[in-house]
Structure formats: C-alpha cells, structure tokens
Design a protein around this ligand. Structure first.
Ligand code: ADP
Length: 632
C-alpha cells in the first residue's frame, strides 16, 4: 500500500470516547481477548464477502479466504489481515468512529465504576474492534472494499484518545489489515508461541484458516508471504462437526464469537436434522440479558447460513419474538443460496423449522430446569419476563411455556420466584378448583397484602405476581392441568370451607348492613360498593376490583403508552370484627365518621402499596385524628 492524500482528522463520537476510556481502564485482566475480537471481525468480513460473491462471483476470484497474523518484534507490532469484504471510507467512518446501538448513552451511564462488574457489562455490549486499544498505543487500519478499485483504499489511524485520522491510500489487496503498535507492557503478544496458543484457544472454530508464518522473525512486508505459512486453527465450521467431538470450551468460544458476549452461555443445543428438510442448528441460552432486550429496534435473530455460506446475522424468521434472547446459528441445506428476506418469509419450510426450533428451545429450557435449578433461576431472572410474552404470542405452546413459569408464592422461602405451577398443584389438595394469584407492585407489597389473610388461614398457596406484564400475560393463561386461574384481588371470593361467609349472611346482620350503607354514603364517589369481607382476618379493610375492570398494572401499561384507561372505582371490603371498624360503627358524629371512613379507605390502598390520589389530605385527616385523641 502507498499513502496518497493528506490525512483528515475526525473526533470519535462521545459514546465511543467513553467506552474506549472505560475499556482501557477496566479490562486489564483479560487483555488477550482483543485478538479473538479482531479475528472474529476478520472472519465476519470473509463471511460477508462470500455472501456478496453469490451475486457477483468476481469479487472473490481465486483467492482462498483466510486471515493472516504477523508479528514484527523490531517494530513492536502485531498485524491481523483479512481478504474479506473490506471497508470504504464511509464504512470506516461509520463503523470505527461511532456506536450504532440505540440506548448506548443510557447504558454507559448505568456502569457501576466497579471494574470487574463493568468489564462484564462492557463484554455484553460487544466492544469488538475497540478492544485493540487495551493493548495498543496506536492502531492502524488499512482497508479497501472488495468492489472498489485499488486507489480507493483508506488508512485509519488512532491512539484511542478521542480522535482518529483518515487518508486515502492505494491498497492492492482487498480486505482489511489491522496493525497494532503494542504498549510496552503488552510485549507478551509479540511472542509467536503465545499468539499461536491464543488462536487455538479462541479461534479454533472460525471457518476460515487463521495463518501465521512459521519463522519467529516474520517482519517486514517483503517476505515471501506464502513461503512457510501455517494454518494454526482447525478452520472448520464448528456446527458441521459431530456433537461428540466438540468440547464444551469450544462451544463456549463459538458462542462468544457469534453473540459478542464475554459471559458463558447457560446451555445450548446442537442438532442436525436430516430427511425432508436438512438443517443444522446450534442454539444458545445466554446467562445475561443484553442491555437492550426490551428495545424494539435492538438486534435479534439467529445467524443464518445456507450450505455453510453466511447469509445474515439477524434472521428473525426462525424463532418467535418471545425467544429473542436465544443466540445461535441455523445452517439450511436446502434453501436457495440466493435467498432474499421475502423468500425466507414465504418459504413453508422455514415455518416448519420455526416450530421445530421453538420446541427445541422450550425443551432445552425444560431440561435445564430439571437438571440445574441454580442455572434455571439465573435464566428466569434474566429472561423470565420475556418468556411470559409467549403466553400471548404462542398459543400452540402455551402449556409448555406454562410449565416453565416460575413464581414467587406464599410458600416461597424469600422473594425469589422459585415455584412452578407443577409445584403448586403438587402441594394443593385435589379438590382445590383454582390456582390463586395476587397482582401487586412488588414482591414485598404482595407479601403483606391484606388479601392474603383468608388464604393464609386456610393454608392455600397464592402466586404473588409483580412483573409489570403479569396482569396482561395472565389474560392468556386460562388453565393449567385442568385448573383455572383466579385473581384474588377481584370479585367475590368463594373459598373452600368458607363457613365464615355463610354465617355472616345467615346472621342477616342488620347493624352491619346499616354500617355498610353509612360508609358508602360517607365515601360517596370514591368507591363503587362497600361490603363485608370474607377475605380479611387481621386487617380492617381492603380494596377489591370488579371481575372485568382493568387492573393497576394494565392501567400503568396504558398510561405509559399514552392512552387513557377507562374509569373504574374499587370496592371497599371491611372486616366488621376489627377494632377500628367496631369503633367506626359506634361513631355518632357524622364528620368524624366521614374522616375515619376516608382514612380506612386510604389505608387499604396503602396496605397494597398503591399511591394515594391525595396524600396530603390523608396526612391531614390522620393528624386531626391524632390531635383529637391526644387532647381527649
Ligand atoms: P461488531 O463486530 O460487534 O459489529 P466491532 O466494533 O468489532 O463491532 O466492529 C464494528 C464494525 O466495523 C463491524 O460491524 C464491521 O462492519 C466493521 N469491521 C470491523 N472489522 C472489520 C474487518 N476486518 N473487515 C470489515 N469490516 C470490519
């Protein structure tokens, strides 16, 4: 290559600057990963060239696609060169100067300052190319896109401090050469043995040969490049090898390559399907959710290959949206190589593969839950909410998904969701008609809710649901193993062995009826109805929704999406044997009766962890009552 034009200087996007700074200062223990990242990029570039060559065979010519690593001890440089797709000037500005992920800024703000934790987080973010600056004081990238002439090469150079320079160069070979001028404390990466072992450790599964010249001298560009170059890695696509021959560490490295995630996956499934449709899939369940899992535009989908030729990174047609956390590859034997997005979408074979892969993932999760409770708990913590979306999205697999759900319940040890519906039914008496659940804003608020009192007394387990999508998701879960679901915060309760309720009604208690009417009058339009409760044992009162009213979570969801939720008033249920209600019944002064009733209503809301519409009015009423008590 020869340098032509004068260089121009550009500033890195602020997020890149921040990321570079964090990386250089937090990733000091795993510095070697930079090599994996660079080789991974080179391999992606070769994949992309091969894909473009499907339409334009001239792009590749006769060259073997390969990655060459060279060490120059005298100059203190390490070079990773590929003959892949390459980058144009615009590509390079966009790819090596900015970060495209939306939400990056917010993500970076969330970093903790704890180096070890941040290193993990940065890993998930996929630092890729920028990791070169962990070991290099200067990085030079010479690149030329495969479809551009030799004089349209670009040379990018930076010390990672906030700026980079660009100039046009002549580059005879297509592809990208990344040259690192190593920091003085990174000289270990000038040792050939060390580099070879790193290539074997991290890049064995790369489908292209990763080559190194045999002699340790290996400096200068005038050497006969092919003379004694050796392929260091296995250079065979990992998924094409038989399962029994692939070690766990190889699966894990491959995961890191495709998922750009430093952490280990929780589990994976590698399968070859033969017969009418031939395809291989290798699907992983990550152990950490990407920071943008909930962002609609965030990248998702599996890597698609057709007969080992890379087609796309983001094939979303092979798994449903609720399994978007799954990473992996699908290699189809019998799709056309010239597949377009439309063709993938319309191909009936793809639909059948999607059902099969969905089942495979659900079975894999089922197996994980049986084999390794701790890992499954991690899965649930990271992706449980996403999986719940499947209740709505995938009716055909609803039972399977229901079996994978985990809940915090009144029988749980702590607040972690550790009970399955199977556990619930296994412990419930056979004649219990329903699976009971309570919706609340947090596990703690659920746990202390007055609604649970009658259930505790009867020893009936209640699922405590506080995920923001629980109310929505439960609409799609009608039954499990023949038992229906029942929200205990709604409607009239009909509990087994509910003699208490009968005795109240049979007692035809005129006084109680009168009290209920008086409270209703006092609270006027703040409640729909006041009634005597069968739910309460210790608390004075609680709020109950009507059977078909929108619940609190759905209201919040609607509000968040800018919609008005239809108005609905709660019902107030009272516990007539509670001293406060007894006191209320004996109150002759109408004003005091009204104040007390309002306080009881607000307390019922507070006890469930709800916000009051008018907290100041509540405080004033309480103060009035306290002062009166004090002065009487
Ligand atoms: P990622 O690989 O996760 O996208 P990187 O920071 O490693 O992130 O790289 C950013 C982009 O730069 C890549 O997506 C690719 O478009 C481009 N790039 C990096 N290295 C190469 C290379 N060797 N050949 C061609 N393009 C490259």
């Amino acid at each position: 290559m020869s340098e032509a034009a004068t260089p121009e200087t550009f500033g890195f996007q602020a997020e890149v600057r921040q990321l570079l700074h964090l990386m250089v200062h937090s990733l000091y223990s795993d510095r070697e990963i930079f090599l994996r990242e660079l080789i991974s990029n080179a391999s992606d570039a070769a994949d992309r060239l091969r894909f473009e060559a499907l339409a334009n065979a001239e792009l590749v010519g006769d060259d073997e696609l390969a990655i060459d690593i060279a060490i120059d001890r005298d100059a203190g440089t390490l070079t990773v060169a590929d003959n892949g797709i390459g980058m144009s000037r615009d590509d390079i500005i966009e790819q090596l100067g900015t970060i495209a992920h939306s939400g990056t800024e917010r993500y970076l703000e969330s970093l903790t300052g704890d180096q070890q934790k941040d290193a993990q987080l940065i890993g998930q973010f996929g630092v890729g190319f920028y990791s070169a600056f962990i070991v290099a004081e200067e990085v030079e990238v010479a690149s030329r896109r495969a479809d551009l002439p030799a004089e349209d090469g670009v040379l990018w150079r930076s010390d990672g401090q906030g700026e980079y320079s660009l100039r046009q160069i002549e580059k005879t070979d297509r592809g990208t050469t990344v040259r690192l001028k190593l920091k003085s404390d990174a000289n270990e990466f000038l040792q050939e043995v060390r580099i070879r072992s790193l290539i074997r450790k991290y890049s064995d599964h790369i489908s292209f040969p990763v080559r190194m010249r045999a002699s340790a001298a290996g400096d200068g560009e005038d050497d006969d490049e092919t003379a004694d170059e050796q392929t260091v890695n296995r250079a065979k696509a990992l998924w094409t090898r038989p399962r029994t021959e692939v070690g766990d560490d190889e699966y894990i490295e491959f995961y890191r390559h495709i998922a750009h995630d430093f952490s280990d996956p929780l589990t994976w499934s590698h399968n070859r399907v033969e017969g009418k449709r031939e395809y291989t899939s290798l699907l992983y369940v990550p152990s950490v959710a990407p920071f943008d899992l909930w962002n609609r535009e965030s990248p998702k989908g599996v890597k698609l290959y057709v007969q080992r030729v890379f087609i796309t990174d983001r094939a979303t047609e092979f798994l449903p949206l609720y399994l978007r956390f799954v990473r992996g590859i699908v290699d189809c034997g019998d799709l056309s190589l010239n597949v377009s997005r439309e063709m993938i979408q319309q191909d009936p074979a793809v639909g059948a593969m999607k059902s099969a892969l969905t089942k495979r993932v659900l079975d894999l999760l089922g197996k994980l839950s049986n084999d390794d409770a701790a890992k499954y708990a991690t899965f649930w913590e990271q992706f449980g909410t996403t999986l719940k979306e499947g209740l709505a999205e995938d009716p055909a697999n609803r039972d399977k998904i229901a079996g994978l759900l985990r809940y915090n319940t009144t029988k749980s040890d702590g607040v972690a969701p550790d009970r399955s519906l199977g556990d619930y039914l296994g412990d419930a008496p056979d004649d219990q008609a329903s699976i009971y659940y309570l919706l609340a804003d947090s596990p703690l608020a659920a746990r202390s809710s007055p609604h649970l009192e009658a259930f505790r007394e009867r020893g009936i387990e209640v699922l405590l649901l506080s995920d923001r999508i629980d109310e929505w998701a439960m609409q799609y879960l009608d039954e499990y193993n023949g038992k229906s679901f029942r929200d205990i915060g709604r409607g009239e309760l009909d509990l087994p062995g509910d003699d208490a309720a009968e005795s109240i009604e049979a007692g035809d208690d005129k006084e109680r009826k009168h009290l209920v009417k008086r409270i209703k009058r006092a609270l006027r339009e703040r409640v729909e109805e006041v009634r005597v409760s069968t739910r309460l044992k210790e608390s004075a009162a609680c709020l109950v929704l009507n059977e078909h009213d929108l619940g609190y979570q759905m209201r919040e969801l609607l509000k968040a999406s800018g919609q008005e939720a239809p108005a609905a008033l709660p019902n107030l249920e009272i516990n007539p044997s509670h001293p406060l209600i007894v006191k209320l019944a004996a109150e002759n002064d109408d004003d005091r009766f009204e104040t007390l009733s309002a306080v009881i209503l607000d307390q019922a809301a507070l006890a469930e962890g709800r916000q009051l519409d008018d907290p100041a009015a509540f405080v004033k009423r309480i103060n009035d009552l306290l002062i009166e008590t004090g002065s009487s």
